[in-house]
Design a protein around this ligand. Structure first.
Ligand SMILES: NC(=O)c1ccc[n+]([C@@H]2O[C@H](COP(=O)([O-])OP(=O)(O)OC[C@H]3O[C@@H](n4cnc5c(N)ncnc54)[C@H](O)[C@@H]3O)[C@@H](O)[C@H]2O)c1
Ligand SMILES: N[C@H](CO)Cc1c[nH]c[nH+]1
Ligand SMILES: [Zn+2]
Length: 428
């Protein structure tokens, strides 16, 4: 944990990226080479290679099939305590209502000569990666499958790591809570899972791959981008908290640790205009870090954490805009004015009551969010990401068409005589 009371230092982008030990996914690194080697082998040897990698990394030899049967889903879900399955249903209901309330509007624009616009249609086949390495993520099932289902996707393949050949009971229960007829659970994890979805090995080839994952998963998605679409790079979790020092320091310490416990590469930071508060939270984080279940993860990830002083809360937000964190908590008495100044963040939690974990599970918007600074250009997933726009146009009359014929001059300078003729012949 690093304490920074030198504001000028905190303002330096390079210093911030170094503090969070963020790497560019686009530089050639060792893991990407490993990922490419696995993918090349899968491209050459197909399902046989997938089977071998699945055995090697996830101890599953595909003997009970690649896709979980209805019976398996139901029987595994029965192992889940009723209060947990009810909690999953409660979250599912809220997530569904939120996404159903997003209005998807087609668009039409008219001029004297023509009308044009676009309509939205669902992507037909999507693949969703649900992490299963360090933790099982039933909440990620809710935060992706429900959104795809509301958008009207035809086939939703969900890749999830099996345990001794069986799907995780909580994953099964979450799938049932989504109440979607379109889902199939594929018992694959890591690079094998992404390759199977992108190449159509053992399942239909998907059009777009969604979901978070570790570096292997994110780099495999990056590899296939272009052959299929991807949602974003959603890697190790991040939280930046901006506080005016008026929230209970214990609350903030737990929020801080909530993301630190995800992964040893998780990134955490607190910026405040109150030095005393920064110190108090830091002490609490140290104390509580010994109490969390995943102590060994937190111990590593806290090395990527910082406590920084900014003279004003506006300064704190400008630093947040440089970092573009996955999650930003504005734990302040008046968060709205500061929120107006937020430019780059995956999602923002406003006010002291609204801690990040409520967003992970139950508030409504998806928790699949851009990390590693990619919130500068990516957004968290929602129904729009499962749809695509198709443009349309119509020329109203032959008379109207006459006003558009100067376009043939552009075709001429581009050297396209057929383009020119196609337009002109309609006026003959
Ligand atoms: N940004 C978001 O929206 C969001 C949401 C949820 C989780 N997360 C993040 O997702 C990540 C999940 O990571 P995870 O590791 O728990 O699960 P994961 O499912 O992403 O990765 C586990 C798989 O990686 C593969 N793998 C592991 N080591 C390998 C190696 N040496 N070579 C080849 N393949 C290997 C294995 O197949 C393994 O099953 C965490 O960092 C968490 O913070 C992010
Ligand atoms: N905070 C994670 C995204 O970074 C999402 C999650 C799921 N379960 C718990 N947390
Ligand atoms: Zn979380």
């Amino acid at each position: 944990m690093i304490f920074i009371d030198d504001f000028l230092l905190l303002k330096k982008e390079a210093e911030l990226q170094r503090l969070w030990k963020r790497r560019s996914y686009f530089q050639d690194n060792k893991i990407f080479d490993e990922v490419k080697a696995i993918i090349n082998d899968i491209k050459t040897r197909g399902l046989e290679a997938i089977k071998e990698y699945s055995k090697k990394f996830d101890d599953y030899d595909l003997s009970s099939g690649l896709i979980a049967s209805e019976e398996e889903i139901v029987s595994q879900a029965r192992l889940v305590p009723v209060d947990v399955s009810n909690a999953l249903k409660h979250s599912a209901k809220r997530i569904k209502r939120y996404h159903e309330s997003i209005k998807i509007k087609s668009f039409k624009y008219e001029t004297e000569e023509s009308e044009s616009g676009f309509k939205w249609t669902p992507i037909e086949n999507v693949g969703i990666y649900v992490p299963g390495g360090l933790a099982a993520y039933p909440s990620t099932i809710l935060m992706t499958v429900i959104v795809a289902d509301v958008a009207g996707v035809d086939n939703i393949y969900v890749c999830s790591k099996p345990n001794r050949g069986k799907i995780n009971p909580y994953i099964a229960s979450a799938v049932l809570a989504c109440n979607s007829k379109k889902v199939k659970i594929v018992k694959l994890s890591g690079v094998q899972a992404i390759s199977s979805m992108a190449l159509g090995l053992g399942i239909k080839k998907v059009d777009k791959i969604f979901g978070p994952g570790n570096d292997y998963v994110s780099l495999a998605k990056k590899y296939f981008f272009g052959e299929v679409a991807i949602d974003m790079i959603a890697g190790p979790s991040e939280i930046l908290i901006v506080s005016d020092g008026k929230t209970n320091p214990s609350w903030i310490a737990w929020d801080f640790l909530s993301q630190a416990e995800h992964d040893k590469n998780a990134k955490t930071g607190l910026i405040s205009n109150e030095i005393g508060f920064l110190n108090e939270v830091m002490e609490k984080v140290k104390e509580y870090s010994l109490k969390v279940l995943n102590k060994h993860i937190v111990e590593s990830s806290l090395q990527n954490s910082f406590f920084g002083f900014a003279p004003t809360l506006e300064d704190a937000i400008s630093i947040s805009n440089i970092l573009a964190p996955e999650h930003l908590e504005i734990a302040c008495e008046n968060p709205d004015e500061l929120f107006d100044k937020v430019q780059n963040a995956g999602t923002v939690f406003l006010g002291s009551l609204t801690c990040e974990p409520f967003g992970d599970y139950i508030l409504g918007p998806s928790h699949v969010l851009p990390t590693s600074g990619s919130a500068r250009y990516f957004s968290g997933i929602n129904v729009y990401d499962f749809l695509k726009r198709t443009n349309f146009s119509r020329i109203k009359t032959k008379d109207a068409l006459k006003n558009l014929l100067d376009a043939s001059l552009i075709a001429e300078v581009e050297g396209f005589s057929a383009h020119k003729k196609a337009m002109l012949c309609r006026n003959e």
